[in-house]
Design a protein around this ligand. Structure first.
Ligand code: CP3
Length: 353
């Protein structure tokens, strides 16, 4: 078994013979086999069965030929260990019966105990570490994004309660950021100890903030998370989510190897805004996958040409896959990225990616 380490190499800005590719939300409802499993079990029930969760994690690797696996789990899983009850409701997302709204609610949150409460996740990671011939990416939700679910109680468009706490009760807000920061640090550390080969911090909704508010209310915790995990010898990815282009210039001091971009900012522009410090990951608009294959390939080609113009690029989508995506198109796209990027890298004057 030849281990495919292109993802790790690209995240470290080392040379690769072709681009690595994986897709956010690559395990999911676009796959009929996954839908069949979901008829029997909920997401949370699957996560409690490590053999099954590992199997689902491996399905897109086999079916699509991607260069990385991403752990089948959800960003909400670790909050169970803090004492928060939640459910993942079909077509809605995370729902919390008793949202967190006051300083007293925040003070009641327990410190995470991964080994006691989340051993099933560590077991899944350990199984995958034995089975996979591509790197396993593990992940956590970033504090703002997790806080938005805890405070709103469900997905939100305005983040009204979240922002009310952030602007109106800074003491409560910063205590929550501290506690969620501690949670993320402890959780991701155990992932790497059990076989995770890279991790991504998903800050899916933080693009809702102005850069100055992001810097004041959120970035210190993001900076601390990466600083405290710096000793772990795995590449670390920060994904500041959708509509986060204006936040990019504020990220230059975080000690991550890579930053994920949504589709609104080109790869070269993403590099420019972050001072060339990070490997870039992204950023095909997932909804381009609704177009005919030649349109998809043309857009992918433009992203690849842009991506390989400097070292450190991983092909991905600009956000997660949606349930109506087509397995066949994804397979063809993956093959296209591999073949086209291999040619392009070979014929590059300075031959590097
Ligand atoms: O990427 C993968 O294949 C790994 C698995 C994964 C899931 N959630 C499984 C899941 C990952 C990486 C996540 C992260 C996640 N969860 C994020 C960050 C990524 C992003 O999209 O911005 C967020 C915001 C969540 C919260 C969440 N969980 C939402 C908004 C939803 C969608 C609700 C719906 O039904 O459309 C979920 C549920 C969820 N998590 C699904 C999957 C495969 C879909 C429902 C299911 O199959 O049960």
């Amino acid at each position: 078994m030849v281990y495919n380490d292109r993802l790790i190499r690209a995240l470290r800005k080392q040379e690769v013979d072709r681009l690595p590719v994986w897709y956010m939300r690559q395990a999911g409802r676009y796959d009929p086999d996954y839908r069949k499993i979901k008829e029997k079990y909920s997401l949370l029930e699957i996560c409690r069965q490590p053999e099954l969760a590992a199997e689902i994690t491996m399905m897109p690797v086999r079916k699509l030929g991607v260069d990385a696996a991403i752990l089948y789990s959800d960003i909400m899983n670790p909050v169970a260990s803090l004492g928060v009850e939640f459910d993942i409701v079909k077509n809605i997302g995370p729902v919390i019966e008793q949202p967190i709204r006051t300083l007293a609610d925040i003070e009641r949150l327990k410190p995470i105990d991964v080994h006691k409460d989340l051993s099933h996740i560590l077991e899944t990671i350990a199984i995958l570490d034995k089975e996979l011939d591509v790197p396993l990416i593990t992940f956590a939700g970033a504090p703002f994004t997790i806080a938005s679910y805890l405070i709103e109680g469900r997905p939100s468009k305005s983040y009204i309660h979240t922002k009310a706490m952030m602007y109106g009760e800074p003491e409560a807000w910063f205590k929550l950021m501290d506690k969620l920061g501690d949670m993320v640090i402890a959780y991701l550390r155990t992932h790497v100890e059990n076989g995770g080969k890279a991790f991504q911090l998903f800050d899916s909704w933080v693009g809702a903030l102005a850069p100055s508010d992001f810097q004041r209310y959120v970035l210190p915790t993001i900076t601390r998370i990466f600083a405290e995990l710096r000793d772990l010898d795995v590449p670390k990815i920060y994904f500041p989510g959708v509509s986060s282009g204006e936040l990019l210039p504020t990220l230059t001091d975080i000690t991550a190897e890579a930053v994920g971009l949504d589709w609104r900012v080109s790869i070269t522009e993403g590099r420019r805004r972050t001072g060339g410090k990070f490997a870039m990951q992204g950023n095909l608009d997932p909804y381009i996958l609704t177009a005919p294959m030649e349109v998809i390939k043309q857009r992918a080609k433009e992203i690849i040409d842009d991506g390989i113009s400097a070292p450190g690029f991983v092909f991905n989508l600009g956000h997660g896959l949606f349930p109506e995506a087509s397995l066949d198109k994804l397979r063809e796209l993956t093959e296209f990225v591999h073949e086209y990027s291999a040619e392009a890298i070979l014929h590059q004057p300075t031959s590097r990616a």
